[in-house]
Design a protein around this ligand. Structure first.
Ligand SMILES: [Zn+2]
Length: 539
């Protein structure tokens, strides 16, 4: 074997011999550059001044610690104009000046530090026979100098939370290279503008619809094209739609009940539900708890309404009743006590077939495949594996208690949450189950407003998908004319941001990958157990 393959830079150093000890190996290595250059002036020299020896740690070999005993030279600089008279020969591929570790060892440690963070990285390093402390690894991240970025043409910007609801920062992503380029310590317009002034090369800025980034981009890069992000556009619209539906919850409740209690939609299964035998003590306790909760909520609702009538501002009401402001707002906007959002488990489509499944289970049918085929013929659209997971609970425990809990959660006629209804109205027909289609039809039939709002929301989504910038103006007009407060508000805010929103319709860039980088950041933050302060996250 050619021993030079072991060396980081076979042109610059030559292997003389190995010295092997029980737990380590030392490579005796001599610098072999023909004409080393002065680091100051760059002129090559052959005039030897002296020899000296350095010891540096290298990558381990099969779990054995490896070191270099590096014999290098000092040379005289013969350049009259150079102020350096004597210089040490440099080996940039092997080891940095004054470093105690080789370049490749440092690269490995930096890699570990970035991949795993301080503590976990140090444990992994120990397993690989790299002796290193967590703090050293963190230092590697801090010292890491990212290669200076090539000019950024397309920039994505979004915020992320250092601490949710308290402190936010800004992440900037190069959308062409899919690389985060910078973190800013806050999300102020001025900070962003200052960064942009240092990067005049930015041509396109994709941002969410937050006002401060728009202002920052205007101030810092007036020539750049601003693109509102499609994802955020749609999200804002759907948020407004959901708020509107909350106001309409009485109609939703009525429609849900009409659909859920109509005999043809349930094929008589619901009738069996009332007959499920339930151990009464557990059941009674559950019901009592639920009623107590409901009573407390009603009491709060009335208190909010009274204080609001008395003219108190929302913030004061929230503080006095120890509530969230958004909940106070929700109560004020509602015509009667809004229902709680149902828990997701409760509205899994399986729960609708629970009475039937229970009956068949008691009759002795244990095959999930057979049961799946049966409920499928009744309209269940879920996968067999979902049912199998569900039935697993019954298999594991034959104790009735678990069955009772699942049974009470599927209270017949329980309405799906407003959020669920929002998705149900928004999503395309072919992805819906039978009851969902019925419910959507019923809602639009009962309320002209819901019907109009649904059409507008879907239309907007279609325009966005098909990039119909030419139809945007017409849509805005229709939304303003709809008389639905939330949609009018959305249309007005879009109108104020017209250029960027129109750009979103024609431009290919979107914020998707910025969201991805934000998620990555969250992961890193958790993996470092809170040691990741701004400087570390930035790296
Ligand atoms: Zn020189």
């Amino acid at each position: 074997m050619d021993a030079s393959t072991l060396l980081a830079d076979p042109d610059a150093i030559r292997l003389e011999c190995f010295v092997s000890e029980p737990h380590s190996v030392t490579l005796v290595v001599r610098a072999a550059q023909r004409r080393p250059c002065c680091p100051k002036c760059g002129v090559a020299s052959t005039s030897l001044h002296s020899h000296y020896t350095r010891h540096v740690a290298d990558l381990p070999w099969h779990g054995v610690t490896a070191r270099l005993e590096l014999h290098t030279r000092k040379l005289r600089c013969r350049n009259e104009l150079c102020e350096r008279k004597v210089f040490c020969e440099r080996l940039p591929e092997v080891v940095a000046a004054y470093a105690r570790k080789t370049v490749r060892l440092n690269a490995a440690l930096t890699l570990l530090a970035f991949a795993m963070g301080g503590e976990a990285g140090a444990r992994a390093a120990c397993g690989l026979s790299l002796q290193v402390s967590p703090d050293t690894l963190l230092r590697r991240i801090r010292q890491f100098q990212p290669q200076s970025h090539a000019p950024i043409k397309v920039l994505g910007v979004d915020d992320f939370a250092f601490r949710r609801g308290q402190r936010y920062g800004t992440i900037l992503v190069d959308l062409e290279k899919h690389q985060p380029v910078e973190l800013l310590p806050d999300r102020e317009a001025e900070t962003f503008a200052a960064w942009l002034r240092q990067h005049p090369e930015v041509e396109i800025i994709s941002r969410d619809r937050g006002g401060s980034y728009a202002a920052g981009a205007r101030a810092g890069a007036p020539h750049a094209v601003q693109v509102a992000d499609r994802f955020h556009l749609l999200k804002n619209l759907l948020d407004g739609f959901e708020k509107f539906l909350y106001r309409r919850h009485t109609q939703i409740k009525a429609a849900t009940q009409a659909v859920f209690h109509s005999p043809q939609s349930l094929k008589g299964e619901r009738a069996g539900a009332e007959k499920i035998p339930t151990p009464s003590a557990a059941q009674a306790l559950l019901t009592a708890q639920r009623q107590a909760k409901l009573a407390r909520r009603e009491h709060r609702y009335r208190a909010v309404k009274e204080l609001h009538r008395a003219g108190l501002p929302i913030l004061t009401i929230a503080r006095r009743l120890n509530m969230q402001r958004c909940q106070v707002r929700e109560f004020i906007a509602a015509e009667s006590l809004p229902q709680r959002r149902a828990r997701s488990a409760g509205c899994s489509p399986i729960y609708r077939y629970l009475p039937y499944l229970q009956r068949r289970w008691e009759q002795g049918e244990r095959s999930s495949r057979a049961l799946w085929k049966e409920i499928k013929s009744h309209g269940y659209a879920g996968a067999e594996v979902t049912l199998r997971h569900f039935l697993q609970r019954w298999r594991v425990s034959s104790s009735t208690e678990i069955e009772v809990q699942t049974a009470t959660r599927s209270l017949p006629g329980r309405a799906p949450s407003v959020r669920r209804i929002k998705w149900l109205l928004f999503s395309p027909e072919k992805r819906k189950e039978e009851w969902e289609r019925q419910l959507a039809d019923e809602l639009c039939h009962r309320s002209g407003e819901i019907d109009r709002a649904q059409k507008l929301v879907r239309d907007f989504h279609r325009l966005l998908r098909e990039r119909r910038a030419d139809e945007l103006q017409g849509w805005l007009g229709a939304a303003r004319a709809s008389g639905i407060g939330e949609l009018v508000y959305f249309a007005n805010s879009v109108g104020q941001d017209r250029t960027a929103v129109s750009a979103a319709f024609v431009n290919e860039w979107s914020q998707g990958q910025v969201e991805g980088q934000v998620n990555r950041l969250k992961f890193i933050k958790r993996a470092t157990y809170g040691r990741a302060k701004f400087d570390l996250l930035r790296a």
